[in-house]
Write a protein that binds this ligand. Sequence first.
Ligand SMILES: CC1=C(/C=C/C(C)=C/C=C/C(C)=C/C=O)C(C)(C)CCC1
Ligand SMILES: [Fe+2]
Length: 351
Amino acid sequence: MIRTVPGLDLDGSIRDTLTRGVLWPSWVVTAALVVPFLFGVTVPPVVQYVPLVASVLVLGLPHGAIDHLALPRVRGDDPTLRAIAGVFALYGVLGVAYAAVWFFLPAAAFVFFILLTWAHWGQGDLYALLAVADVDYLDTRLRRALAVVVRGGLPMLVPLVFFPGWYRRVADALVSLFALASTAQLEWAFQFETRLVLGAVYGLVVFGYLTMGYLGSTVGRSTWAVDAAETLLLITFFAVVPPVLAVGVYFCVWHAYRHIARLLPLEPNSRAALDDHRLRPALARFAREATPLTLASIVLLAGFSLLVPNPPADLLGWIGLYLVLIAVLTLPHVAVVTLMDREQGVWTTGR
Ligand SMILES: CC1=C(/C=C/C(C)=C/C=C/C(C)=C/C=O)C(C)(C)CCC1
Ligand SMILES: [Fe+2]
């Protein structure tokens, strides 16, 4: 059966529900975390790992666990066995191919993971800007691409500029599961000069992006203010909060939660609940739907630990393994989200 599904044109009541229940919490949590770190608070590594570890069950891993339902739904089709099998096949082919790259070229696979996440977390925020924050100045494809570069760079580049040591430690944790000392090839990326140049270029791009939005906004500047405030908040967040903690929190309350919010209106019962200003039943339904494949991914993680040449020996090693699993699952997940973008008109501007 073919149905029409919401694209970027969410009903006002749904937008309200998502702004209150999804955007606000992401602002409050990130802003609250900035404060102690601005005052120089330090926290032991184990505590910094908590959000990333929690993301295995809460928000993070589950956000991709209904990709097999999301794709048919966004097309207005029923999730038939055939449609679901198609998504599973996509995961199988892309996931296995990328996993093989990790075994043979781990350092290159890591760099690709960072760039893939940059694009993917950027594309997630772009949808939220268009559909929930309802910005009006992203009216050309070039401007939308710029939004992806700016938004994805916040979690992927800002930590490199401000915390190269941690960045390197995490890169090591992933790469050394496959080959010891391979991150030596990435030494250049952590050098002061590289970070200075990348930071300066990125700073200019952010400045250009925000100026473009300010000048291009026609219906008052309130939506631009949301975009600008989020951007500046996240720059500060990733500049002061230690990166494993910052990325873990961002992954859960920002990227994953916004993606889940995007999925909810695609399901008719959840859409009705949101329309009625009720977020909780929609989230409960999502949690039920996401449980089986979240659990299956955890089994995959255990299996993966038996396959890597240098199995994890400590908590950071396990986090590294978890991130490699995420990397492998993210490639097909990005394919699904990119198809969703196409169906929902994220790149349809006429210009
Ligand atoms: C943890 C961590 C890092 C990388 C995290 C990545 C790349 C996560 C990707 C998650 C994805 C793609 C989830 C799915 O949507 C950095 C940046 C090296 C800095 C140090 C901390
Ligand atoms: Fe995602």
